[in-house]
Design a protein around this ligand. Structure first.
Ligand SMILES: NC(=O)C1=CN([C@@H]2O[C@H](COP(=O)(O)OP(=O)(O)OC[C@H]3O[C@@H](n4cnc5c(N)ncnc54)[C@H](OP(=O)(O)O)[C@@H]3O)[C@@H](O)[C@H]2O)C=CC1
Ligand SMILES: CC(C)CCC[C@@H](C)[C@H]1CC[C@H]2C3=C(CC[C@]12C)[C@@]1(C)CCC(=O)C[C@@H]1CC3
Length: 319
């Protein structure tokens, strides 16, 4: 919505897994911008086959991609640790607890049909594979392109382990996947800036969406809204609405790639008085670690491609 307000000649492609919702989003955009070019594309970013097919379709439809917003993300079966919440409330860490949710949330992950951990596959690997597939459209001579990851303030180094990058053994797959996306963005910049591809990371703040309604029911969030406005005075990270949460996405669209800090996370923030702004904050990233992650993802990519070829040839011989 905000991008079209900025430039109504944009060609938007909404890549979604649920085509009914995608169609509703397209209709809403066409209501406010009747002449806009809005196309839909089926993409389940958590499925290797779907990512490859969608990328193929993009390559037939478009000759270049200027911006790739990697926004899809999941937090399945979240549990709030009430004891930790009350302990944190009376500690010196209280502001950080509200800003990041550190120590308050655990999730239950599962293995998907590609044999990958679902949170890792959706929040990180599917996006990585999409970038790899779209490289010919993103990296073109004399043209600069942008990849923007929706990360989170919940990304935490201690939740991530290089020996278990899919987070098979822990209870914080969300935090781990978001930290991995921060590292991957840094590595992408190192490998791809020379080819005109620039990667950035944003955090939308705490926004009322289906994700947060999965943590606590929507009526509860509505009930405690006055408390949330109060908390906003201390953290500015309670952006609360999708419009406010999109502030950093919008700001990055307007900023030239050369002026971006590859090691910063751009936070959407809303002040106590309701003013929106974007603030870059340095990420806790080790260059060497991000390089190791990049190599491991390339290896995993080879592996899933090999498995997919075998699966499809099995199907053909049986069918
Ligand atoms: N809400 C918050 O407070 C915060 C959110 N974030 C991040 O913001 C991003 C957007 O989340 P938010 O809007 O809050 O949550 P929602 O659950 O409302 O939206 C998530 C979006 O991702 C899509 N999606 C999920 N899985 C897939 C998939 N496999 N393939 C394609 N699309 C998929 C969903 O599609 P569908 O409609 O089909 O479900 C939906 O459109 C996420 O990356 C999240 O981690 C970060 C910090 C805070
Ligand atoms: C009185 C209320 C404000 C109590 C709410 C307590 C917690 C449920 C929330 C406090 C900080 C929140 C938070 C998130 C989820 C809900 C909280 C833990 C996120 C982890 C949601 C997803 C993200 O990506 C970042 C958010 C950070 C803050």
């Amino acid at each position: 919505e905000r991008l079209l307000t900025e430039d109504s000649t944009l060609h938007l492609c909404l890549a979604c897994r649920n085509m009914q919702r995608a169609e509703a989003a397209r209709s809403a955009l066409l209501t406010s911008h009747p002449d806009a070019h809005v196309q839909l594309l089926h993409l389940d970013v958590g499925s290797v086959q779907s990512v490859l097919s969608a990328a193929q379709e993009v390559k037939t439809r478009y000759s270049k991609v200027d911006f790739l917003y990697l926004n899809a993300g999941i937090m399945p079966n979240p549990q709030v640790d009430i004891n930790a919440f009350f302990k944190g409330l009376f500690s010196r860490n209280v502001v950080n607890m509200f800003a990041t949710g550190e120590g308050l949330l655990t999730q239950q992950d599962r293995i998907n049909s590609d044999g990958l951990q679902e949170v890792f596959a959706t929040n990180l690997f599917g996006h990585f594979l999409l970038i790899r597939e779209l490289e010919p459209l993103l990296c073109q001579a004399g043209h600069s392109s942008r990849v923007v990851w929706t990360s989170s303030s919940n990304a935490r180094r201690s939740a991530f382990s290089m020996e278990d990058m899919q987070h098979r053994n822990g209870t914080e797959p969300y935090s781990s996947s978001k930290y991995a996306s921060d590292m991957l963005s840094v590595a992408l910049n190192r490998h791809k800036n020379s080819q005109g591809l620039f990667s950035s990371v944003i955090c939308p703040g705490l926004v009322m969406t289906n994700l947060t309604y999965g943590i606590l029911p929507s009526f509860f969030w509505t009930l405690i809204m006055p408390i949330m406005w109060l908390v906003r005075i201390f953290t500015n990270t309670f952006t609360l609405t999708p419009y406010n949460g999109a502030e950093a996405l919008h700001r990055l669209f307007l900023q030239s790639p050369e002026s971006l800090d590859p090691r910063a996370k751009y936070h959407s923030l809303t002040s106590g008085l309701g003013t929106n702004y974007t603030q870059p904050r340095q990420m806790d990233i080790d260059e060497e670690m991000s390089e190791v992650l990049y190599s491991k993802l390339i290896e995993l990519e080879k592996d899933v491609r090999r498995k997919l070829v075998m699966k499809n040839s099995d199907k053909n011989t049986r069918g």
